[in-house]
Ligand binder design. Structure first.
Ligand SMILES: [Zn+2]
Ligand SMILES: [Zn+2]
Length: 318
């Protein structure tokens, strides 16, 4: 089969490789589409150290189970141990033995991929393959970030950075009746934020009209975390949606004082995935997508790095 194989940082190439084999409890998924995520970019560039070498990137996979034809989605969490303290406490996202698709196991930049049956998610019919792909990481993790930010229906929410994940999260927040302020540097992102119902749009350091009840940062820059704290009301939370971030600059304790909370968001659980996918079909959440062929993965990643993808990039495979 054809696959985009990462043999070393910055060495991603289309290769002919052997078909994967399914073991006990596993299925082969024939890939139809695979979303391109900023995490893929960080793995390919070496910002996130490779854990499996070589590896096929890609963790927003829509495909059909070989043999049954059932449409499923595969996402970043590819498996957890089910026995450790974190797993037993309902936090499989923090399992030390967890596998991650496109990082510790092969992902969806390929015609076929093997997956644990219990980590393959049913997809609502009303979403097309291309529409569903970005929901599988950007969407699910954006949803978990909203939940961990503590935002309540009708509350004032700030989104810092407005790429793939934020443009999906705003649709959930608007569905909950939140007033959403969007902070971004990009004029194209400002336009998209207005179209998707942002009440206010500005730059990272512009003060919003009213202090925020909660904020989620999506921009992969530590300084944006401080910008978010500055815009936050006492008692509010900043949830950081980033697997990799450069240093957070020192800031005055006054920004955290009065019970403001700063927390990270790591991965997601299967419960997050199931809840979000149902909600996304009900709202319905619409991903703006730009499609590329499998062999164009390097170009898709380069455009993402350059900030030239509006919404989400998706590889068409099948
Ligand atoms: Zn575990
Ligand atoms: Zn991702």
């Amino acid at each position: 089969m054809k696959a985009m194989v990462l043999s070393a940082p910055n060495e991603l190439a289309l290769c002919d490789v052997g078909d994967p084999d399914a073991g006990e409890g596993e299925v082969i998924v024939e890939v139809a589409a695979c979303g391109v995520c900023r995490t893929d970019l960080q793995i390919v560039s070496g910002d996130i150290a490779m854990r499996k070498r070589p590896v096929v990137p890609g963790h927003q996979v829509v495909g059909r189970v070989a043999g049954t034809g059932e449409r499923v989605g595969l996402a970043w969490l590819a498996g957890a141990c089910g026995r450790c303290g974190q797993c037993l406490a309902g936090r499989e996202n923090l399992c030390e033995l967890a596998d991650f698709r496109g990082w510790t196991v092969d992902g969806g930049y390929a015609e076929r991929v093997v997956a644990r049956r219990d980590y393959a998610f049913a997809l609502p019919d009303r979403l097309s393959d291309v529409e569903a792909a970005p929901l599988l990481c950007a969407g699910i993790i954006g949803y978990r970030s909203l939940r961990l930010s503590g935002i309540r229906p009708g509350g004032r929410l700030g989104l810092f950075g407005f790429g793939s994940s934020a443009h999906l999260a705003i649709q959930v927040a608007r569905h909950w009746g939140c007033e959403v302020a969007v902070f971004s540097r990009s004029p194209a992102e400002h336009r998209l934020a207005h179209e998707l119902g942002a009440a206010w749009v500005g730059g990272y350091d512009d003060p919003p009209p009213e202090a925020l009840d909660a904020a989620v940062t999506f921009a992969p820059a530590g300084s944006v975390v401080v910008s978010a704290l500055k815009a936050l009301a006492p008692g509010g939370t900043v949830a950081i949606n980033a697997i990799h971030l450069d240093g957070i600059p020192a800031f005055d304790y006054d920004l955290l004082w009065r019970e403001r909370v700063l927390r990270s968001v790591a991965n997601f659980t299967r419960a997050d995935a199931t809840e979000f996918l149902e909600l996304a079909a009900e709202i319905p959440v619409r991903a703006q997508t730009q499609t590329f062929a499998l062999a164009e993965a390097p170009q898709a990643l380069a455009r993402l790095a350059a900030g030239e993808v509006q919404g989400s990039a998706v590889l068409l495979v099948g």
